[in-house]
Ligand binder design. Structure first.
Ligand SMILES: NC(=O)c1ccc[n+]([C@@H]2O[C@H](COP(=O)([O-])OP(=O)(O)OC[C@H]3O[C@@H](n4cnc5c(N)ncnc54)[C@H](O)[C@@H]3O)[C@@H](O)[C@H]2O)c1
Length: 272
């Protein structure tokens, strides 16, 4: 890390999210973006409910991370977002257990890592392409459609994107195409759900060393490049994204919808 700028990650607390409750999808472990988002939301008074990928190991890891956040006895349900039956079940259970929610965090993505290598995009098989689009983009619409009826007083939905949606990033490949679809999905959802007082936005987060990120070929080089070239001369922290998510999920951003907010140490403004 450069000594000219430090990654300020103060633990701030407030009651800005007091009385708000929502679903967080995407905690795999305590490195996940969703983990940091949950941490910030909790620090600002929100009640967080969670899903994990089906499977005993996935549940154990997710539960352990949630416990680390100091949340005991969490509302936690299995959900493969690629399954309509799982999605239906989770939102029906939410309705039965808590009735209404105020926010949803979509922090999931998937692409076969064999195709996340430099030079591999052109030959991407159909099944790899459609699965990446399904899990990483379509699921935002699938969740929003089920969440909206549980948001009678309006709400805020947030998904996580990356700069590879807009620019060709070697190795990001089919995931970049899926992120472009995710950002467009955000705008179309914002257009339709705005009349119900529901806002939909994405954060375009800088590279963060998570389990998914390590599947992207050349990820360490990307980290080094951002540290060298970004205006802040550093990589972002999970808490940088967590705290911005509080703003987007709270009423402080009540006039903001359909937007992509960069939390990337400014990297995306650079021409060279
Ligand atoms: N880490 C980065 O550098 C970076 C940068 C920008 C955006 N993002 C995005 O942030 C989000 C979270 O990723 P992360 O980096 O925290 O990695 P992560 O591996 O910690 O989280 C990815 C999550 O996706 C979930 N997931 C995958 N397939 C699923 C399915 N079928 N159903 C339900 N959940 C499924 C996994 O269980 C996991 O919890 C993703 O959308 C990712 O693309 C990551």
């Amino acid at each position: 890390m450069s000594d000219t700028a430090t990654a300020a990650s103060p633990v701030t607390t407030s009651s800005i999210m007091a009385g708000k409750r929502g679903l967080i999808v995407g905690i795999a472990n305590d490195h996940s973006y969703a983990y940091y988002i949950a941490e910030s939301l909790k620090n600002h008074g929100a009640e967080c409910l969670f899903t994990h990928l089906p499977g005993e190991k996935m549940e154990r890891r997710c539960r352990k991370a949630i416990e680390q956040l100091g949340i005991n006895d969490p509302w936690l349900a299995p959900m493969d977002a690629g399954s309509d039956a799982d999605l239906d079940q989770v939102f029906a259970k939410l309705k039965a257990d808590v009735g209404t929610i105020d926010f949803v965090v979509h922090s999931i993505a998937f692409a076969d890592k064999d195709w996340l290598k430099e030079g591999a995009f052109t030959a991407t098989p159909r099944q790899v392409f459609t699965q990446a689009m399904d899990i990483s983009a379509y699921t935002l619409a699938a969740m929003a459609n089920r969440a909206a009826p549980l948001m009678p007083n309006g709400g805020s939905i947030l998904a996580l994107s990356y700069y590879g949606a807009e620019k060709a990033v070697p190795g990001y490949n089919v995931m970049g195409v899926a992120k472009a679809a995710l950002e467009a999905t955000t705008r179309y959802l914002a257009m339709e759900l705005g009349q119900k007082g529901i806002r939909v936005n994405t954060i375009s987060g800088g590279p963060l060393r998570t389990m998914s990120a390590l599947a992207v070929g050349g990820f360490s080089e990307i980290l080094g490049w951002v540290e060298k070239k970004s205006p802040l001369r550093r990589n972002i922290t999970g808490n940088d994204v967590g705290d911005t998510s509080v703003w987007l999920l709270s009423d402080m951003s009540r006039g903001v919808t359909g937007q992509n907010v960069y939390v990337d140490a400014g990297y995306s403004i650079m021409g060279l």
